[in-house]
Write a protein that binds this ligand. Structure first.
Ligand code: SF4
Length: 372
């Protein structure tokens, strides 16, 4: 019987999904992955809870950064049930420094849903997984394929880059039509007998060999099937995306300190502060346009409803902090007070030990400048 080549079309390219192509690339990549896979804590077993926590932590975050957080988190919350029972502030405290704090809040909310609606077990259907807070198509496919062998291709920027190079697909990969085609090719290429290993193998290839800047094609287990490599285009795919111009922001922060070495933190809702502090506890702070000392004083007066004429502000060392496209300079001031005001949505804590409170890394950096 004649074997027909199943060909998929991506953009202007014909992606050669011939029967031999698919089985050859699957065999080579899976063999390479099984021989070279990195031992990572979330690969110790196929517990869906452990895989779920890892996938959420790894969103926008490098493996080396995630590992210590992951170990601490799992030690404190070894099960979905344990996470569900945790206080939100304890979950946030263990996440403090990892950034993108909505991930922690969603994880916690999802744990409650899993316990109440799915008997405490991560759901097995795509639909149920996607209905959980914080779980998108990529994360659902990654968890379900790795934990439950569900034949779902996971496609994130890393895997899309590998696929685009294999098929010599040019242009912006995030362009919706091109992305959809890459996703459908990913599904066609998926090794249905080992979907979890297949997805992880593509991730691993993208992270270790088919890297964004300089792909190491000489070491690549699938180079013989790679059109970009054959055509000398590997370093040119994907086309560089235009970076959003960075925005400079100056923020003055007031580090109040009483004679007992305690400080006051606030929870300051508002779009701008949310982006920087993720609704975690923070020092009173205000974006400045002219004079930092005058503006932070005015902010304190308004917030604390006190006469600030007698307040003395000592400037501390400026702190630089980057959040996505924002280039932030914090200008902290030490404000010695005889008594800290007690107000709703504020919290008093020892300045030298904010470790038990969910604060962002920006707040930690500011606190460090105020310590003797
Ligand atoms: Fe990536 Fe090079 Fe391998 Fe192609 S041959 S998949 S470009 S590392």
């Amino acid at each position: 019987m004649m074997r027909t080549a199943a060909r998929g079309r991506i953009g202007a390219m014909r992606f050669p999904l011939a029967v031999g192509y698919r089985s050859g690339i699957q065999r080579s990549l899976l063999a390479w992955f099984r021989a070279h896979r990195r031992e990572l804590p979330w690969r110790a077993n196929r517990d869906p809870y452990r895989i779920w926590v890892a996938e959420i932590m790894l969103q926008q975050t490098r493996i080396a950064v995630v590992e210590p957080y992951y170990d601490r988190f799992l030690k404190s919350f070894p099960s979905i049930d344990g996470l569900m029972r945790a206080r939100p502030r304890d979950v946030l405290r263990l996440w403090a420094g990892l950034g993108y704090y909505s991930r922690a809040r969603n994880l916690h909310r999802a744990a409650r849903e899993i316990v109440t609606r799915h008997g405490g077990v991560f759901p097995r259907t795509h639909e149920d997984a996607l209905a959980l807070p914080g779980i998108g198509r990529y994360t659902a496919a990654a968890i379900l394929s790795i934990a439950y062998d569900m034949p779902l291709a996971a496609v994130d920027g890393n895997i899309a880059r590998v696929l685009a190079r294999l098929g010599a697909v040019r242009g912006d990969l995030r362009q919706p039509q091109r992305w959809r085609k890459l996703a459908s090719t990913a599904q066609e290429l998926l090794a249905a007998h080992a979907p979890g290993d297949w997805n992880q193998a593509l991730m691993e290839l993208g992270e270790t060999i088919c890297t964004p800047q300089i792909p190491r094609c000489g070491l690549c287990p699938v180079s013989r099937w790679c059109l970009a490599h054959k055509r000398g285009l590997a370093g040119k795919i994907p086309a560089g995306r235009r970076k959003r111009a960075s925005v400079k922001v100056r923020i003055a922060a007031a580090v109040l300190r009483d004679p007992r070495g305690r400080t006051m933190l606030v929870r300051n809702p508002g779009a701008h502060h949310d982006a920087l502090f993720s609704r975690m506890w923070q020092f009173p702070a205000v974006e400045i346009t002219h004079d930092p000392a005058t503006e932070v004083k005015a902010h304190l007066g308004e917030m604390l409803r006190i006469d600030t004429a007698s307040l003395e502000l000592t400037p501390l060392q400026a702190v630089r902090h980057g959040v996505t496209f924002r280039n932030i300079t914090f200008m902290p001031f030490l404000v010695r007070v005889s008594r800290l005001p007690k107000l709703p949505r504020t919290r008093i804590a020892p300045l030298a030990n904010l470790g038990r409170i969910p604060v962002s890394s920006a707040t930690r950096k500011i606190a460090a400048t105020a310590l003797p």
